[in-house]
Design a protein around this ligand. Structure first.
Ligand SMILES: [Zn+2]
Length: 497
């Protein structure tokens, strides 16, 4: 590429993604071996996933179901018939010397996913999504732990044959922030579908290609880029990204690196770069890869797969975007609250349970702010307290019926429930948090005024802060079970009356 000297403002970042999603199935895609994590290397293997001669693959129905669900969720075309191909290359993590994947007849084509970045909506085109098997994993031992300096390498085929869905987007992203928003949305969708576990190591692997092109090459109306401009720009492929946060960091780094090079009149190399998460940089991979020829050919051991009836038979739940919108219109929630409450299906389901019984706003405060806040603080996922959600509902009931103050409910009862496992009723009884009757509060107000003439005088001579001291006195007398706001009002009424 002939480097041009251009202004920063004239440059546009163009990014496309290949996302490998590990599908949550009990067994591998072409054999009955378990996909459960295990510390023992080469524990979950058999002749099929070891590629022994004569072993034949049998397609896992659950993987196809998951693929159809994803296809429906991204509104893709799912053809009547789809096919598997062999992608040939030699590498020790690939026992058969080919990977079973899909080539020109993938199970999903032409889908899309809508994202929202800083309040602006954008539709990302998903060109294709296809099923394939994961290779095994290599462990380089000795030296620096890298492939270049290792003394030897161990091969573990536990992962070989794990079902993957490779999701390929158009070069639709204009910033690393958009990429992050897309991946976060995609993760939510996949979790709603029940086909993906974000907590699992290596469940999401992302390759991103990034190029910088002159703004003039982009159609202002359609946002389309001229093919010649894309081809003229040297792009880098960034590998080894494993999360939406990592993607944003890696691509922000790469974007700056390329823009700096262009502005200094240096050429951007067309190359593959490795994201080094711990150092926060991308590094050129030593071997300059040549244009690959995988010699794809049809997988003769697997017949064509007819999925024509599946699309109608397989149903998918309401997806996060639709649910967010419904939460806003049905419960009158803000976009922010609706977004928090739909972050996982479990949270959204629980919110709807609580909102069905009590005021939706109260339910939103309790689920989005109080419960999720305390869970995040303790690094607990809502699924871990699934059996105790009824207790949380009971706590909201105690607040809704005015039996305890919101402050006590939040700061004492909820925290005790999570930290020592007591039920809300136990905490209320044992800590004496039942709300004090109105007469009792009124009496404490009168007493506090009688006992603190100094503070009363200060208040009456215009020191409004003195009221806080009196509120404190009343709270002490009622053992903290009065509502401080009510107390404040009662004190003012008494002092001015
Ligand atoms: Zn196997």
């Amino acid at each position: 590429m002939t480097a041009q000297t251009v202004q920063q403002g004239d440059l546009v970042t163009v990014i496309g993604l290949e996302v490998h999603v590990q599908l949550e199935t009990d067994t591998k895609i072409f054999c009955g071996c378990s996909t459960a994590p295990t510390d023992e290397p080469n524990d979950h293997v058999c002749p099929v996933c070891l590629g022994l001669p004569g072993a034949l693959p049998i397609l896992n129905e659950a993987a196809v179901e998951a693929a159809v669900k994803i296809g429906k969720a991204i509104d893709a075309d799912i053809p009547e018939e789809t096919r598997f191909h062999r992608k040939n290359y030699y590498y020790p993590d690939l026992p058969k010397n080919f990977q079973i994947t899909q080539y020109d007849e993938p199970i999903c084509q032409d889908g899309d996913l809508e994202i929202s970045v800083e309040g602006e909506r954008r539709t990302v085109t998903i060109e294709r999504a296809h099923l394939e098997e994961d290779p095994g994993s290599l462990q380089h031992v000795g030296g620096g732990g890298g492939i270049d300096s290792a003394e030897y390498t161990l091969v573990d085929y536990n992962r070989a044959g794990t079902p993957l869905m490779e999701i390929v987007t158009a070069p639709d992203f204009r910033s690393p922030d958009e990429v992050r928003a897309f991946l976060a949305e995609l993760e939510e969708v996949l979790e709603y579908l029940g086909v993906f576990d974000a907590e699992r190591d290596g469940s999401l692997r992302i390759d991103a290609n990034l190029s910088i092109i002159p703004e003039a090459e982009i159609d202002g109306d359609t946002d389309e880029i001229g093919q010649s401009a894309l081809e003229a720009a040297n792009r880098t492929e960034v590998k080894n990204i494993s999360s939406h946060k990592g993607a944003q960091k890696a691509l922000a780094y790469e974007e700056t690196r390329q823009k700096n090079a262009i502005q200094r009149g240096r050429a951007v190399e067309q190359e593959t770069r490795h994201w080094d998460e711990s150092r926060g940089i991308t590094v050129s991979m030593r071997s300059k890869e040549e244009e690959k020829d995988y010699r794809y050919f049809e997988e003769a051991d697997l017949p064509p797969l007819r999925v024509s009836g599946w699309k109608e038979e397989i149903s998918i739940p309401e997806l996060p975007a639709a649910r967010r919108e419904r939460f806003e219109s049905e419960y009158g929630l803000s976009e922010e609250a609706a977004s928090k409450l739909t972050s996982t299906k479990q949270v959204a389901d629980f919110y709807e349970d609580v909102a069905g019984e009590f005021d939706p706003d109260l339910a939103a405060t309790w689920v989005a702010d109080n419960l999720l806040g305390e869970l995040n603080y303790r690094d607990i996922d809502i699924t871990e307290i699934e059996g105790r959600l009824e207790e949380v509902t009971r706590l909201v009931e105690l607040v809704a019926e005015d039996e305890i103050t919101a402050k006590n409910a939040r700061e004492t009862v909820l925290r005790s429930m999570l930290d020592d496992g007591r039920t809300p009723d136990e905490v209320v009884a044992e800590e004496g948090l039942g709300k004090t009757g109105e007469d009792e509060v009124q009496q404490a107000v009168v007493e506090a005024i009688d006992e603190n003439p100094g503070a009363v005088e200060d208040y009456q001579s215009g020191d409004d802060g003195a009221i806080n001291f009196l509120v404190g006195q009343v709270m002490q007398k009622t053992g903290g079970s009065a509502d401080p706001g009510d107390v404040n009002q009662l004190l003012r009424a008494e002092l001015e009356g």
